[in-house]
Design a protein around this ligand. Structure first.
Ligand SMILES: Nc1ncnc2c1ncn2[C@@H]1O[C@H](COP(=O)(O)OP(=O)(O)O)[C@@H](O)[C@H]1O
Ligand SMILES: [Mg+2]
Length: 452
């Protein structure tokens, strides 16, 4: 099979299909038309030829048998030939019953036509001139006086009309151009709904609150859009229900936990109290982050212009003030469209991870095409490649990080990923060749914004 066949693009496939179909139809009808015309022309020509041969024979029959050969030879050059009928012929002739019949009718009674034919044959001039194709008609004839002769009439031959090179090529390219336009329209007809469906699915994946698809156009397209919108509604209801349950539980747990924390103060047993307070604190963190996760799934607030550079710079300063090893390297301003609180939460989580699991957090900001790219690097041991995707899942923590001092909930990365996804951002994790983890965040830059 040819490489790239069938072509990937639906529009190209449609074009080839249309072109192939029309070319097949055009060549078949052209061949049929040429054949039919040749048949009709041939029957008229047979009639006319038969009349001419009949006139010639009527002329000969009036002559005495002895003079017939000499008279024909005296006629103007090479149109007619007559030979004694007893002489055998050089080549066998393809007799034509239809032509024989036409000739018999034209000649009438008296002269007997034994057989007649018509052929196209190369005929060379007697004086060594060029050999040209001629239309030759011939017949075995018996005159009423019993003389049998072989007559031949010779005429110039013009080949039947066939589509000719240049003109044919022009017509064909006009046809192909016309088809390309048709295929383009047909392609658009089919592709546009497909594209908008895929765009709608993509937009819905990023933001469940994205408006539903427009349900207009041809019935099949309307049907597909309607089905898509129904699916979208069901999924939205599902997500909302889950989010609300999560939010309700975590929210309602806050009060009893606070109460427990207060009541524990009255516990007499000192070591037991310390352990229980630690546990209650861990539960409070879990509840707080659970609520955060629920909120991160609920995309409400409209995005606004956020200065990423200022945000990252201030986060790093805060961490430095708290005695952590962080630094920010990047431009002075970098505008993106986002929700300031959500973005703060994202980078707080990522910087916190870098400090917790990698000791340092080096935050870089640079321009990458239409996006701003934030890199948060640490000097820890990174994450085994096979777990890189899993750590983004809620509650997933690596075994080594289950110790008390790094104790977290395993929700930080999922919260960050959810918050980013809702504002066209992407979070990816990479192990650095020199050791440590690099968390990368891509956010579309706001247009008209300063250079890095
Ligand atoms: N910078 C990092 N270096 C090494 N491991 C990391 C890093 N960031 C995250 N991880 C791993 O991914 C897991 C999930 O992170 P996260 O969702 O923030 O939860 P948490 O920090 O509460 O444990 C962490 O428990 C840790 O094992
Ligand atoms: Mg974390």
């Amino acid at each position: 099979m040819m490489p790239g066949f069938p072509p990937r693009s639906l529009a190209v496939r449609l074009f080839l299909l249309l072109l192939g179909g029309v070319l097949a139809a055009v060549s078949t009808t052209t061949a049929l038309a040429i054949h039919e015309r040749e048949r009709i022309v041939q029957s008229f020509r047979d009639q006319a030829t038969a009349d001419r041969v009949a006139d010639f024979l009527h002329l000969l029959v009036a002559l005495p048998p002895g003079e017939r050969f000499a008279t024909v030879r005296a006629l103007p050059s090479g149109l007619w030939r007559i030979d004694p009928g007893d002489r055998p012929h050089a080549e066998p002739q393809p007799f034509s019953p239809a032509f024989t019949l036409a000739l018999e009718e034209a000649v009438g009674t008296g002269i007997q036509i034994e057989d007649a034919w018509r052929v196209i044959r190369q005929d060379c001039e007697d004086d060594g001139g060029p050999c040209l194709p001629k239309r030759v008609i011939g017949a075995w004839v018996r005159f009423p006086d019993g003389q049998r002769v072989h007559v031949e009439g010779i005429r110039d031959y013009s080949p039947p009309y066939l589509p000719q090179g240049a003109q044919f090529a022009i017509n064909l390219s006009l046809l192909a151009g016309f088809l390309a336009v048709m295929a383009w329209f047909a392609g658009r007809l089919v592709l546009e709904p497909l594209l908008s469906l895929s765009q709608a699915a993509e937009a819905f994946g990023r933001d469940p609150d994205h408006p539903p698809m427009d349900e207009s156009g041809p019935s099949e397209v309307r049907q597909a859009a309607h089905t898509f919108n129904q699916m979208r509604e069901r999924l939205r209801a599902h997500i909302q229900e889950r989010t609300h349950i999560l939010a309700a539980i975590t929210h309602d747990l806050k009060t009893p936990l606070t109460r427990m924390r207060l009541r524990l103060e009255q516990c007499e047993d000192e070591p037991l109290r310390t352990r229980l307070v630690e546990d209650v604190e861990a539960m409070r963190t879990l509840v707080a982050e659970g609520l955060e996760l629920a909120r991160s799934l609920d995309t409400g607030q409209a995005p606004q212009a956020v200065d990423l550079a200022a945000l990252l710079g201030s986060l790093c300063e805060d961490a430095q003030d708290a005695g952590d090893d962080t630094r920010y390297l990047g431009p002075e301003t970098a505008l993106v469209a986002g929700r300031p609180e959500a973005l703060r939460r994202v980078f707080l989580n990522l910087i916190d991870n870098a400090l917790k699991y990698g000791g340092v957090a080096s935050v870089g900001l640079e321009r990458a095409g239409a996006d701003w790219l934030v890199r948060i690097k640490d000097a820890g041991s990174g994450i085994p490649e096979r777990h890189l995707a899993e750590v983004m899942q809620p509650f997933f923590r690596l075994e080594t990080s289950r110790s008390r001092e790094t104790g977290g909930t395993g929700l930080g990365l999922s919260i960050a990923a959810n918050l980013l996804a809702a504002q066209s951002g992407i979070l990816t994790l990479h192990n650095r060749p020199e050791g440590g983890l690099e968390a990368r965040v891509r956010l579309p830059a706001l247009k008209g914004n300063g250079k890095p």
